[in-house]
Design a binder for this molecule. Structure first.
Ligand code: MG
Length: 203
């Protein structure tokens, strides 16, 4: 199982980190050891002083595929959930400065809490899906699939051109604006539409 993450998929977020808006999806991966199952806490890592939350919609791949065409991509996911792409922003900034890969900032243990999954059929196919994250009870991020630069289908098609997708793989589809720091003692909640999907303590 692998975790694929899309970067810079919302214009306002690309802007807030002063990144250019990409003309094709940017992706990176996290290993299976990054996963935190629902109900478990996030332990603040000792190698960073600036860990950011990035709430994202997460797709679970249900079918083996490579070179998937956009028009068929819809057949490769049946479920949707939410997750947090924890990022050691200080390490990432250093990597970016040196033109190095981001792995140490993105792929560390526990950097990918993921919620339960819901059938995508619960959402009307043509309507946009919204989500939001609360930090200590206050909403800090709001996202809507209508604001994504690349759709779920375009992401799946692009990634599968390079990497075979397997059943159970997870795709984090990018974070909207409003990312920020977490601190020990914080409580994070992520909602899909109005349903609370993920609840997480930072320890
Ligand atoms: Mg992200």
């Amino acid at each position: 199982m692998k975790i694929i993450c899309i970067g810079r998929n919302y214009r306002e977020h690309a802007k807030e980190l002063k990144n250019p808006v990409p003309n094709e999806p940017v992706f990176f991966m996290k290993p299976e050891t990054a996963l935190i199952r629902a109900g478990l806490p996030f332990f603040y890592p000792d190698f960073s002083k600036n860990v950011h939350y990035e709430a994202e919609l997460v797709l679970r791949i249900c079918k083996l595929g490579k070179h998937i065409q956009t028009r068929f991509a819809r057949n490769y996911f049946k479920e949707i959930g939410v997750g947090i792409d924890f990022t050691a922003r200080d390490l990432q900034d250093r990597c970016k400065e040196k033109g190095l890969p981001w792995e140490i900032a993105k792929a560390f243990d526990g950097s990918a809490p993921v919620s339960k999954f819901l059938s995508i059929t619960r959402f009307c196919q043509d309507s946009h899906i919204s989500f939001h994250m609360n930090l200590n009870g206050k909403t800090v991020q709001r996202g809507n699939t209508g604001d994504m630069i690349f759709s779920f289908e375009e992401i799946i098609s692009h990634v599968s051109h390079y990497v075979t997708l397997k059943i159970g793989d997870l795709i984090f589809t990018g974070t909207p604006a409003g990312v920020g720091e977490v601190k020990t003692g914080d409580h994070l909640e992520v909602f899909l539409e109005n349903e609370k999907m993920l609840s997480l303590d930072v320890k």
